[in-house]
Write a protein that binds this ligand. Structure first.
Ligand code: SF4
Length: 86
C-alpha cells in the first residue's frame, strides 16, 4: 500500500516537473519565432553602409519590412544584422 502510494507521488511529481519545464520552453519557442528586435538595438539606419543595403540582405521582405527587425524598413537601409542574399 505504501509502495503504491510512493509510486503515485513520484509520478505526480514527475508530471508536475515536466509541465513546469515544458510550458516555459514552449512559450520561449513561440516568442523567438515571432519576436523582432528594435531598430535601435541593431543600429538600423535608413541609408546604406559600406555599400550594403537592406534590399541586398537575405532578411529583407519587400516592400518595406524585415524578418528580424521591427518597424518600417527602407530598401536602402542597413543594420548590423545585414547578411547577403545567397
Ligand atoms: S540589413 Fe538589417 S534591417 Fe535591413 S533587411 Fe537586413 S537584417 Fe533587416
Amino acid at each position: 500500500m505504501t509502495r503504491i502510494l510512493n509510486i503515485n507521488n513520484i509520478s505526480r511529481r514527475k508530471l508536475l516537473l515536466t509541465a513546469a519545464v515544458a510550458v516555459p520552453v514552449t512559450a520561449l519557442a513561440s516568442l523567438s519565432a515571432e519576436a523582432k528586435v528594435a531598430q535601435g538595438s541593431v543600429m538600423y539606419q535608413a541609408k546604406p553602409k559600406d555599400g550594403h543595403d537592406c534590399k541586398a540582405c537575405k532578411l529583407f521582405e519587400a516592400p518595406g519590412s524585415c524578418k528580424q527587425v521591427s518597424g518600417s524598413i527602407s530598401p536602402n537601409g542597413w543594420c548590423m544584422l545585414w547578411s547577403p542574399k545567397a
